[in-house]
Ligand binder design. Structure first.
Ligand SMILES: C[S@@+](CC[C@H](N)C(=O)[O-])C[C@H]1O[C@@H](n2cnc3c(N)ncnc32)[C@H](O)[C@@H]1O
Length: 257
């Protein structure tokens, strides 16, 4: 497997939410700035249309950024009115409160921990994982795919990073821009605590951001993970989409009618 198994701070259960939450907020800013939705909205709309599902269970939501943007774009571009449930192993408390207090009934953030390797049965819908699959080591990654496969649920995994030197260099250039712009994308005004922790977040975030590149599963890695999950009634579509200088891998698992 090409993927490097190195750590990111955000994966440690002890990593304090005072740092974790601004880091997932920075991810939200990144998705808005670089309009990453263009990579996955069409493909997810196709899965919704083919399967007939009208609900999305987003796993590893963090601040909820890409799934919230996806919900908006599915409505505005594809005229699909979808209900989205955001979930995370470590839900971002501020986002849970702000999303659930908002007057958009189509998006809710489930406040208890949800592990993507064992999604509870009551969460019925298309599973999405956007920009977070590389956080799972191969054994967890395999369990996530197996869980979707065995329960015959559609799963759409999209990364915004690529395991290549060129993509990594692009990431080095982007990271400072993202952290400078993040405060402008917050749902509420940045607090004093947020401003005080920002320099530490920028250093830790730089590490995490850069490590995301070599940790990303290539399409070949994704094929290896699904090698023995084969059935006539469940098919995998694996590939990559180019955006800027990055070829962003994706994997779609879909039950066949
Ligand atoms: C980089 S963040 C991505 C968040 C979001 N998808 C985005 O792009 O803004 C990765 C998220 O995966 C979550 N995570 C890690 N392991 C998980 C697991 N086993 N199940 C669910 N979420 C997990 C982390 O808590 C973190 O919020």
């Amino acid at each position: 497997m090409k993927r490097w198994n190195i750590f990111e701070f955000i994966d440690f259960p002890w990593f304090p939410s005072i740092f974790r939450d601004p880091m997932t907020d920075a991810m939200y800013a990144l998705h808005r700035i670089f309009r990453t939705y263009r990579v996955w909205t069409q493909r997810i709309a196709d899965v919704l249309k083919k399967t007939g599902y009208r609900s999305i269970i987003d796993l590893g939501s963090g601040s909820g950024g890409p799934a919230i943007i996806l919900n908006e774009k599915l409505g505005s571009i594809h005229s699909l009115s979808i209900s989205t449930t955001l979930t995370d192993l470590f839900p971002n408390k501020t986002s849970v409160e702000s999303v659930n207090a908002s007057n958009n009934p189509r998006i809710r953030y489930f406040k208890r921990s949800v592990d993507a390797t064992n999604v509870p049965k009551e969460f019925d819908g298309i599973r999405t994982m956007i920009g977070c699959f590389h956080h799972m080591n191969p054994s967890l990654a395999r369990r996530i795919l197996e869980n979707a496969f065995l329960s015959r649920k559609p799963i759409c995994i999209f990364e915004i990073t690529e395991n290549s030197l060129l993509a990594l260099l692009f990431g080095v250039l982007l990271t400072p821009i993202i952290f400078v712009l993040t405060p402008f994308f917050l749902k509420s005004k940045p607090s004093i605590i947020f401003i005080l922790v920002m320099p530490v977040v920028a250093i830790i975030g730089l590490w995490d951001m850069l490590m995301s590149f070599p940790r990303t599963y290539s399409p070949e890695d994704l094929r290896e993970l699904t090698n023995d999950l084969k059935s006539e009634d469940y098919l995998w579509d694996i590939g990559s989409s180019r955006r800027w200088l990055i070829r962003m891998p994706y994997l779609i698992g879909m039950p066949q009618k």
